[in-house]
Design a protein around this ligand. Structure first.
Ligand SMILES: N[C@@H](CCC(=O)N[C@@H](CS)C(=O)NCC(=O)O)C(=O)O
Length: 226
């Protein structure tokens, strides 16, 4: 049985979606990021004190991209065997992990947690996220999914972040409507039953509590990491 340590954030939801898609049994441990990530018990699982983490017997895996890769390797699902398609999948996974995830995260930090106190910084991240959405739209032209015609861990990595464009007020800063290939891909993935089940794990904290935890965990602003 896989133990999943998570919260209902984009990086956490990647893993519950993948587990639902693959059909593995798992137990969910919901953390409150206003401090649960700092306990000794959790720090022993992840020295970096961030969710998501999985424990599969003796194997502990941190970093959502590495967890998706581990689950795909373990089961032979969601990662093509053909070397060219497999490499493309990993390339797209890395683009999400190094591009959309961190830049979108910083946009949330400066637009929301810092309440746009540094407009030039907010604008820098807003522009970069909008640029990345355009790149993703181009990559999806003529392709059903990010790595070609196979739904894969790359799509699962992107999905919860693109969902923020629709589900979070930050979406007002983003030009999602301009990107027809991205919208078509988003709607296709959102319809998958496993995706819908994964999005319910774990139950989210109320938005105001979640926001308080987020502000508290922003280094230089909150007290969680002081
Ligand atoms: N690169 C990491 C990022 C993980 C991450 O930033 N997790 C956030 C929630 S989405 C977290 O646990 N934040 C708590 C904190 O920073 O104290 C991954 O993809 O797993």
């Amino acid at each position: 049985m896989i133990e999943l340590y998570t919260d209902a954030t984009p990086n956490g939801l990647k893993v519950s979606i993948a587990l639902e898609e693959i059909g593995l049994e798992y137990n969910t441990h919901r953390l409150y990021l206003g401090g649960d990530q700092m306990t000794d018990e959790f720090t022993r699982l992840n020295q970096n004190q961030k969710i998501p983490v999985i424990k599969d017997g003796d194997i502990t895996v941190t970093e959502s991209g590495a967890i998706l890769y581990y689950l795909a390797e373990k089961t032979g699902k969601l990662l093509p065997k053909d070397i060219a398609e497999r490499t493309k999948t990993i390339e797209m996974l890395m683009l999400q992990m190094s591009g959309l995830g961190p830049y979108f995260g910083q946009l949330l930090v400066f637009a929301a947690a810092w309440d746009n106190k540094f407009p030039a910084v907010t604008e820098r991240y807003q522009k970069e996220v909008n640029r990345l959405l355009g790149v993703m739209n181009t990559l999806l032209a003529g392709n059903d999914y990010f790595a070609g015609n196979h739904y894969s861990i790359a799509d699962i990595a992107f999905f919860p972040w693109v969902r923020m464009c629709y589900e979070h007020p930050i979406g007002a800063l983003l030009e999602t409507d301009k990107h027809s290939n991205l919208i078509r891909w988003y709607e296709t993935v959102a319809k998958r039953e496993a995706v819908q089940r994964g999005l319910l794990v774990p139950e989210p904290h109320p938005p105001e509590e979640q926001f308080k935890a987020f502000v508290g965990a922003v280094v230089g602003l909150g007290d969680v990491h002081s």
